[in-house]
Write a protein that binds this ligand. Structure first.
Ligand code: NAP
Ligand code: G4F
Length: 323
């Protein structure tokens, strides 16, 4: 029998890769799309799946629209990926970030509780919840210490997921995913900002790249690998929480070095440090321990940072070259 999934945030990086994965597995895929004045489906087009999705209009801030989407799609699996996901903007839009990324989770869980209690639920939690890290390598037992309105909102989303699992027996899992990137990453995030600039500088369309704290360290993986982990979590008999990471951390500086070296350039000749890109509070270092996911889900990342950045630089060279 065909399985049905509902994805919130389907127009985002992860939503697009997850939709493709589920379609390949034979799912009927419904996607929640918020009303916007401009086109948001470019990633789905890029992956050649725009016409295969059943769109449900709705907004995570609007509980009625979430209920309607759940009732209409009757999903066996619900992946809640919708959020204002850019940490930097969360200080400028703290309330929206909290309503969508925090309370919005409760809107979805309540709709499940009332209309489809047997559905399985995935919550897009984040390593940003670790913030000011309390252990050198962060795992499922590491205490949280969020450092941004985004991290605080996501922590609410994480705990309400755990709470609905424990209170009502919902099959609700939380994936604590570390940074994951791809050629479909938004241009505001640091890897894509860098690979786009590398392409522009190489092709003579830009000369310098203005950056913030390049001493920050992140555990970066490939989004295509990480959506596999989301799906695996919902195939388990028991819902649980999992850290998904590569177990390797790298400075933004070294990621820049790597990206510029892909086109034979030296990052030091082009990167300019600009205070406007520093944050009110920084997450200095993230390093995940994905052992539980390896053990229980059989999940392992398949893409190194070198391969990932190389793939992103190639895609940006191709795109910028055609502009
Ligand atoms: P993304 O590219 O920024 O996508 C965010 C998605 O959320 C978009 O589809 C956006 O729709 C949707 N959205 C925003 N506000 C909404 C609202 N009010 N109602 C309904 N949908 C709304 O993010 P991503 O990188 O794919 O990440 C997916 C999820 O994983 C997010 O929750 C993020 O916080 C979390 N996460 C990401 C990472 C990472 O490294 N990528 C790591 C850990 C956790 P529009 O296109 O209409 O704006
Ligand atoms: O790429 P970023 O903006 O990602 P950040 O803040 O780590 O958040 C991403 O990963 C989280 C998982 O840990 C997700 F939950 C979240 O939704 C998002 O996907 O910044 C990475 C690092 C930061 O330390 C930032 O200060 O890069 C540093 N950085 C230095 N210069 C910069 C810049 N970040 C951006 N965006 N732009 C810069 O110019």
């Amino acid at each position: 029998m065909t399985r049905t999934a509902l994805i919130t945030g389907i127009t985002g990086q992860d939503g697009a890769y997850l939709a493709k994965l589920l379609l390949e597995k034979g799912y009927e895929v419904h996607g929640l799309v918020a009303r916007r004045s401009s086109d948001t489906r470019w990633r789905l087009r890029e992956l050649g799946i725009e016409g295969q999705i059943r769109y449900q209009e709705g907004d995570l801030a609007d509980a009625c629209s979430i209920q309607r989407a759940v009732i209409k799609s009757k999903p066996q699996e619900i992946y809640n990926l919708g959020a204002q996901s850019f940490v930097g903007s969360s200080w400028d839009q703290p309330v929206t970030t909290g309503i969508v990324g925090g309370l919005g989770v409760t809107h979805v869980l309540e709709a499940i509780r009332q209309f489809c209690p047997d559905s399985r639920f995935y919550q897009a939690s984040t390593s940003e919840m670790f913030g000011l890290i309390q252990a050198e390598r962060q795992d499922e037992n590491t205490p949280f210490y969020p450092r941004s309105p985004y991290g605080v909102a996501k922590l609410y989303g994480h705990w309400i997921t755990v709470n609905y699992r424990e209170s009502f027996g919902l099959h609700a899992s939380s994936g604590i995913l570390f940074n994951h990137e791809s050629p479909l990453r938004g241009l505001e995030f640091v890897t894509r900002k860098v690979t786009d600039a590398v392409a522009r500088i190489k092709l003579g369309k830009q000369h310098e790249l203005r950056m913030g704290n390049i001493d920050a360290k992140r555990d970066w993986g490939f989004a295509g690998d990480y959506v596999e982990a989301m799906w695996l979590m919902l195939q388990q008999d028991r819902a649980d929480d999992y850290v998904i990471a590569t177990g390797v951390t790298t400075t933004v500086r070294d990621m820049c070095r790597l990206a510029f070296s892909c086109v034979g350039l030296n990052y030091e000749d082009h990167v300019v440090i600009d205070p406007q890109f520093f944050r009110p509070a920084e997450v200095d270092v993230l390093l995940g321990n994905p052992d539980k996911a390896a053990r229980q889900l059989g999940w392992k990342p398949s893409t190194s940072l070198d391969q990932l950045i190389g793939m992103m630089v190639d895609a940006d060279l191709f795109r910028v070259g055609r502009e």
